[in-house]
Design a protein around this ligand. Structure first.
Ligand SMILES: Cc1cc2nc3c(=O)[nH]c(=O)nc-3n(C[C@H](O)[C@H](O)[C@H](O)COP(=O)(O)O)c2cc1C
Length: 389
């Protein structure tokens, strides 16, 4: 029998006997508003903001909300197990924390606190290339816990190779290559405040600590930080990359490789043909292409095209346990969650991240049971109706 995540609700009610209530809301859709109230406008704008007028972020939510679960009754759900196998790994639940850069703008404990929280709850942590903490330090904080490395594929192949070698040496088991950010999108909330943390050397820790990156500088980072930032900006991404370039990653990474930011079934097919192991159906939480298809609308077509050949993961818009249920029903093997855990971090540090994970999985466990399932493996398209919101 797996752990019953739903028991978190009894823990909350029992703690209530002494007058205690949760420090953060258990309806995670409320975290954004709280963060807007409590944190500074620069960081909040960076995290909550999206591309353009926010239409893609809204579409992500609407596409999940529109789908409705059709619960089934009189099925034995007293013993439940949320565990799933993902990319050869046994996960205790179909959830991972999405790669999110620059977490120090939300909380001084940044990636280390989020990674520890993920480890404590047995959920994989995906570390961003643009983290504010070097990958080795995050790895050390996690012990043996499951961790994946997200690559922003730099222009300089030596830096790319060095990142992959460092990540492997630090125990990151899966490579997640983000393909939807060859350029930074038009993001009015950041533009209106002229707020971009990288220009202040925040979110550059993996680069500034990298020997191959340092080799491209005339003077050490601490002696000329502006030159280091300029070098970072020039090599951070490469809009000239095309499908044949994936061979480089295959040659330099011997574990699973997952392409993040895939929305078209033909791109997913090409990923399979290129020998990749998985895709993350994602529009970067609506932060890249304004007017983009909602990620949840793209998911079933991608799953249909490659679900038997690739591990299909999903993110963008997941806020609640029932959202995870819906994503699984639409064909995802597991789901990544972004902003909610970042709000949890901003509002309450590591315990805030644990709160978010526990709420999501308690709600998923209950949704599963109350819909007539004892395991995520039996969830499918028949559990959903396309209905009015
Ligand atoms: C503040 C912020 C920073 C992000 N940084 C990265 C990043 O460094 N690498 C990456 O692949 N995705 C990044 N993402 C995208 C997330 O991995 C994920 O795709 C997205 O947050 C999912 O949507 P959600 O926030 O609605 O859950 C970022 C998202 C946010 C909100």
């Amino acid at each position: 029998m797996g752990k019953h995540w739903a028991d978190f609700q009894y823990e909350i009610y029992l703690n209530g006997m002494t007058g205690a209530v949760p420090r953060l809301p258990t309806d995670l859709t409320r975290l954004e508003e709280l963060t807007e109230q409590r944190l500074g406008p620069g960081p909040v704008g960076y995290v909550a903001g999206s591309a353009g007028n926010g239409s893609t972020a809204r579409a992500n939510r609407a596409a999940l909300e529109r789908r409705r679960i059709v619960p089934r009754v009189l099925r034995d759900v007293h013993e439940r197990d949320l565990s799933v196998e993902v990319l050869g790994r046994a996960l205790s639940a179909p959830l991972a924390l999405a790669p999110v850069g620059v977490l120090s703008i939300m909380h001084p404990d940044a990636e280390t606190a989020a990674a520890r929280a993920a480890a404590a709850q047995g959920v994989p942590f995906v570390l961003s290339s643009a983290s504010s903490t070097p990958m080795e330090q995050v790895a050390e904080a996690m012990g043996d816990a499951e961790r994946w490395f997200q690559l922003y594929w730099p222009r300089d192949p030596e830096v790319a190779r060095s990142f992959l070698n460092r990540a492997r040496a630090a125990g990151f088991g899966v490579l997640v290559v983000t393909l939807d950010t060859p350029l930074l999108a038009w993001r009015p909330r950041d533009l209106d405040q002229a707020y971009l943390p990288f220009l202040h050397g925040v979110g550059t820790a993996n680069y500034f600590s990298d020997p191959a990156f340092q080799a491209g500088l005339a003077r050490p980072v601490h002696e000329d930080p502006n030159a280091a930032v300029t070098h970072f900006v020039q090599m951070f991404a490469d809009p000239a990359k095309t499908w044949p370039d994936l061979a480089f990653l295959r040659e330099n990474w011997d574990g699973p490789i997952v392409l993040k930011g895939v929305l078209h079934p033909d791109d997913a097919r090409q990923a399979a043909e290129a020998g990749m192991d998985g895709v993350v159906v994602s529009n970067h939480g609506g932060r890249q292409v304004a007017g983009s298809v909602a990620a949840a609308d793209a998911l079933p077509r991608v799953a249909e095209a490659v679900g038997d050949r690739l591990t299909v993961l999903f993110d963008s818009g997941v806020r609640t346990g029932d959202d995870i249920f819906k994503a699984l029903a639409l064909g995802a093997r597991a789901v990544l969650v972004g902003r909610p855990y970042v709000y949890g971090l901003g509002l309450d540090g590591g315990p805030g991240v644990e709160h978010v994970i526990r709420c999501l999985l308690a709600e998923l466990d209950l949704t599963l049971a109350l819909s007539g399932h004892a395991t995520p493996r039996t969830i499918g398209p028949a559990d959903l109706a396309d209905g009015p919101v």
